[in-house]
Design a protein around this ligand. Sequence first.
Ligand SMILES: Cc1ncc(COP(=O)(O)O)c(C=O)c1O
Length: 395
Amino acid sequence: MSNNLIDRLTADLATAEAAGTYKRLKIIESPIGHRIWLEGKGEVTLLSSNDYLGLANDPEVISTARDALLSYGASTASVRFICGTQAVHQTLEADLARFHGTEASLTYSSCWAANTGLFAAITGAGDVILSDELNHASLIDGIRMTGKNVVRAVYKHADMADLEAKLQEHQGAPSRMIVTDGVFSMEGDIAPLDQITALAKKYDALVVLDDSHGLGVMGKTGHGTAEHFGVMADIDIFTGTLGKALAAGTGGFVAGPKAVTETLIQKSRPHLFSNALPASVAAAGSKSIEILERHPERVTGLQEKAAKFRARLKELGLNPLEGDSAVVPVIVGETATAIRLAGEMLDQGIFVTGFGFPVVPEGEARLRFQISAAHTDAELEDAAEKLQACLSVQA
Ligand SMILES: Cc1ncc(COP(=O)(O)O)c(C=O)c1O
């Protein structure tokens, strides 16, 4: 079959292959954990996963999911408002609201769905959305989906002077909303929520926080980046995922005022037109929250490991980006370099992902290490030494 579009795609793929930027899916033959079994490679240390608390293969989470599977069946076979709401969904939403200290919460099939379903449903004519330039793609796309009469502006990354100037500019608008990631997933840095919430108060703005990489990672008890700054009560709307530290499988949520979650039930398109979470996942989500609340030492252990890994990379003369999170990126330059280095690390038993353009700016390709509470000190030391060896061969 010959078709212009298919021919063009085929040519583009060949170009990516020649440039060394072609992404290939790796097949994992074991559960996710700090060590995994990879097709064609054998056992490797996994430093690319969001399984920050090591719950992805936790026996309690699995048996809770299995029990719910047996009690409620495999699928909701429906969207929430038709016949897709089971008791486990209500329980999970109550747990998420309690955890965040909000009035209510609403789950989605992913945080992608939550973020793309939120903004268009709650904004109206003249409302202003101010978004950090490095926000996650799902926030960017969600904000793009708002009506033409909603004002969208992007402020420079974590730049409070720019944010304040934009808040001032829009003082007369019916409402203002500041939208930010908690932990920026490609940089590993965190939003200055102390300053953002102060500006929000000064200019009567709402704060929407996507803390997908902060929940379970940041703050003394893993309540996230807002807990880290002591401003949990100043965040109006939280969004997040059940597929990272809270290793329910998949799923996302919005937690906030009841007026928001009830509006989402009426108007949010991914809620109205997409299946509910399977009961097994909803139950696993509640169990993950319970484990996190029971084991704050997992969070502090993770924080210590991430800080130690960063410090060790520096000691070895490597240059991780500064940050307090469990995302530790090392800039290596061109996209092809990042992909080649990731391949070399994998050949030595370290699974770390190389990210390049367009995910990150041209020339700032990186290897992104993600630390888990489950990693041993020896595994992290091994990864640091192998990175140093790979980079020194390159130099
Ligand atoms: C900040 C942020 N928001 C949202 C998402 C999407 O989460 P999910 O996998 O639940 O769709 C991610 C996932 O990478 C993320 O990093």
